[in-house]
Write a protein that binds this ligand. Structure first.
Ligand code: NAD
Length: 255
């Protein structure tokens, strides 16, 4: 039985992880990290702790869906006390991404801005379409619920990286994050990534390829957050048998 620790347990995805683990074969929830107390009941066998050391020690593998600063704290601790990590938190800055790489030299780490099967495939399709449709303008739109804190979404940024990679472009040089005012015509290589927020939208991503006379739009819509919690559990099962290193969701799905 693989003992799982959930970091970000009281969050929207964290709560689903706790529920989904109950019906997962060969895995059980052993501990959750909390800042204060939990506002819901949990099996008494689960260690509920705000002590990071005890939390890490009580788990064989940790799944994180928290916030960047919390994820940073987890990575710093894990570097001192290595455990396989599945990281789903988005909006990590360069320092936090470097910590992630550092951690992956000491333990297996899977980092995915989207744990769903559909988005993993979408990234492949976007790469192919970008390479095949060289003259088409690429624009990305994402929509999420009103509570989402980071923008654009980690998924949209990963999709923009896939689009840029299909044309050998550096996404940091071609990404446009907003248009306002008399900004002039669109340049050929730019890839806009625009974020809309409202209501309870779980996640919707559209990658459009636009040319004169035709366009293609590839769209993915998440209708339930369980797609992320179940995807993270599948990733954790896979990661538990891997060597130290930094893995993506595509590695886990063997795409
Ligand atoms: P949420 O705001 O509902 O939950 C955040 C959790 O982090 C809460 O449990 C909160 O208590 C905890 N937290 C915040 N600050 C903390 C700190 N300093 N120390 C310890 N814990 C802390 O958010 P959510 O909707 O569950 O999303 C969590 C993260 O996962 C976000 O970054 C979101 O973008 C990302 N996300 C990723 C995927 C994916 O597939 N990779 C899918 C959905 C959401």
């Amino acid at each position: 039985m693989i003992k799982v620790g959930v970091f970000g347990a009281s969050g929207r995805v964290g709560k689903l992880l706790i529920e989904d683990l109950k019906s997962t074969e060969d895995m059980s929830l052993s501990t959750v990290f909390v800042r204060n107390s939990l506002d819901f009941a949990i099996d008494p066998s689960v260690l509920v702790t705000s002590d990071m050391h005890s939390f890490i020690n009580a788990a064989d593998i940790i799944i994180d869906f928290s916030l960047p600063e919390a994820c940073e704290m987890l990575l710093e601790e894990a570097i001192k006390n290595p455990k396989p990590l599945v990281i789903g938190t988005t909006g990590l800055n360069n320092h936090q991404l470097n910590l992630l790489k550092q951690a992956s030299e000491l333990m297996p780490v899977l980092y995915a801005t989207n744990m769903s099967l559909g988005v993993a495939l979408l990234n492949k399709l976007v790469y192919q379409a970008s390479a095949a449709l060289k003259d088409f303008d690429i624009e990305i739109v994402e929509m999420h619920h009103r509570h989402k804190k980071d923008a654009p979404s980690g998924t949209a940024l990963t999709l923009s990286e896939s689009a840029a990679a299909g044309r050998n472009l550096d996404i940091n040089k071609v990404r446009v994050s907003g248009r306002d005012g008399n900004i002039g015509e669109r340049t050929k290589d730019e890839i806009a990534v625009m974020a809309l927020r409202g209501g309870d939208i779980v996640g919707r991503h559209t990658v459009g390829f636009y040319n004169d006379g035709e366009f293609i739009e590839l769209n993915h819509t998440a209708t339930s957050r369980n797609t992320f919690s179940k995807g993270a559990i599948r990733a954790a099962k896979w990661l538990s048998t891997q060597e130290n290193g930094l893995y993506s969701i595509a590695d886990c799905l063997e795409f």
